[in-house]
Design a protein around this ligand. Structure first.
Ligand code: PMP
Length: 430
């Protein structure tokens, strides 16, 4: 496979962009080799600068749930562009978008649009602190909530991949206000809450984790957290940046029947444009300026192009529930296929899957938290990744990420992915 153009672009990029990329995991450091520079994409396929074609298993880390360059979203953005890309004043689309989000996500009564998942989580904890008058937050080890200071403690995703879960540059003061607990461990949360009575403003987690690889909540874990937060007057925040509008139209909270006090959204909510959102109970959201005293603002928040893309995508998903049937079936077929291959070749690996999210972990231990995820063999993952890439399957370039399936991944493409995986695992087993 020719990668010359990508290589020369990467060489140029390294001169003018730190590490040659605008987001760390893209650099392929965890899997070796040069990153591929993408030129265009359509449906299930990515095309790089050297003209290679790949089945896309990342889908922009989630947003492209209908596949790439979907006409519904494209037309909406084109139409919005005929107005102006930005006004910095309220627009009809923002009202319609907020109404749509509130109608779809069970626990959201009011919502504020921002420009990224990071902004959404950062604002959500500020609001929770303002609402409760408390300082500390609890996060789960291995969960990633964007790159705001408070969350770069025991962080997942790229921070976990690069071995910097506690980033330099975060002050001791901020770090002291972030308490951490292992995922899927209710007793640990209970202990922290008992030891920090009336000091904890919020507990934030990914209800299904994507950022240490895909990790599912144990039975009654989310219900247990809901109960503990209510008992202790703590704002429960579900970070549904990945799971929102993906695990169901109402996100993980709808799927598991647990209502958080606040929810953060990103990715699908923007249809591939830079959007995040945070929302929740009216009583809490009424703290946000100008309704209340907690300040949060944005020049491009509610941007017309972004709202047009998000509204078109959410409306399509609402009107076409078959999307969820399709992507969930593809997820199950892939997981079952991979498990059969692991068994056939006697590979030490396991698959976590829920709906259209999954991770193949190179450990035979069940992955339920950060410690068990860390047991995965990242060297073997790197070899598997390169085998898949050579055969035209573009996976997340780190063991500690989830794959996201789009509605364009049909039975034939599922077959192509599984046959590439068969070859990859076969050569690993030798
Ligand atoms: N929360 C979660 C659960 C995420 O997965 C991410 C990004 N992958 C973020 C927050 C941050 O979002 P963004 O990259 O848009 O800032």
């Amino acid at each position: 496979m020719n990668r010359d153009t990508s290589k020369s672009l990467f060489d140029r990029a390294k001169q003018v962009i730190p590490g040659g990329v605008n987001s760390p995991v893209r650099a392929f450091r965890a899997v070796g080799g040069n990153p591929l520079f993408m030129q265009r994409a359509k449906g299930a396929y990515l095309f790089d600068e050297d003209g290679n074609r790949f089945i896309d298993m990342i889908n922009s880390w989630g947003p492209m749930i209908l596949g790439h360059a979907n006409e519904v979203v494209e037309e909406a953005v084109k139409k919005a562009l005929e107005g102006s890309p930005s006004f910095g004043a309220p627009t009809r689309r923002e009202v319609e978008m907020a109404e749509l989000v509130c109608s779809l996500v069970p626990s959201i009564e009011q919502v504020r649009m921002v420009n990224s998942g990071t902004e959404a989580t950062m604002a959500a904890i500020r609001v929770a602190r303002g609402y409760t008058g408390r300082d500390k937050i609890i996060k789960m080890e291995g969960c990633y909530h964007g790159h705001a200071d408070s969350f770069l403690i025991a962080a997942g995703s790229g921070a976990m991949t690069f071995g910097v879960p506690d980033s330099p540059g975060v002050t001791k003061g901020v770090a002291n206000d972030t308490l951490t607990a292992p995922f899927n461990n209710l007793a640990a949360v209970e202990k922290i809450l008992d030891e920090n009575k009336d000091n904890v403003a919020a507990l934030i987690l990914e209800p299904v984790v994507g950022n240490m690889g895909c990790v599912l909540p144990n039975e009654n874990y989310l219900q247990g957290l809901r109960k503990l937060c209510t008992q202790h007057g703590v704002v429960l925040i579900f970070d549904e940046v990945m799971t929102g509008f993906r695990l169901s139209i109402g996100g993980a909270q709808q799927l598991f029947g647990v209502e958080p006090d606040m929810t953060t959204l990103g990715k699908i909510v923007g249809g591939g444009l830079p959007v995040g959102a945070y929302g929740g109970r009216k009583e809490i959201m009424n703290c946000v300026s100008p309704a209340g005293p907690v300040y949060q603002a944005g020049t491009l928040s509610g941007n017309p192009l972004a709202m047009a893309a998000g509204k078109a995508l959410l409306t399509y998903l609402k009107e076409n529930p078959s999307v969820y049937i399709n992507i969930n079936q593809a997820g199950t077929s892939l997981a079952e296929g991979l498990r059969a291959q692991i068994k056939e070749f006697g590979i030490k690996a396991s698959v976590n899957q829920i709906g259209s999210m999954f991770t193949l972990f190179f450990t035979d231990e069940h992955v339920a938290d950060y410690d068990s995820a860390k047991k995965a063999d990242t060297t073997v993952f790197g070899i598997y990744f390169q085998h898949m890439l050579e055969q035209g399957v573009y996976m997340a370039p780190s063991q500690f990420e989830a794959m996201f399936i789009s509605n364009c991944i049909d039975k034939n493409i599922t077959g192509d992915i599984l046959s590439a995986s068969y070859n990859a695992l076969k050569s690993i087993s030798k």
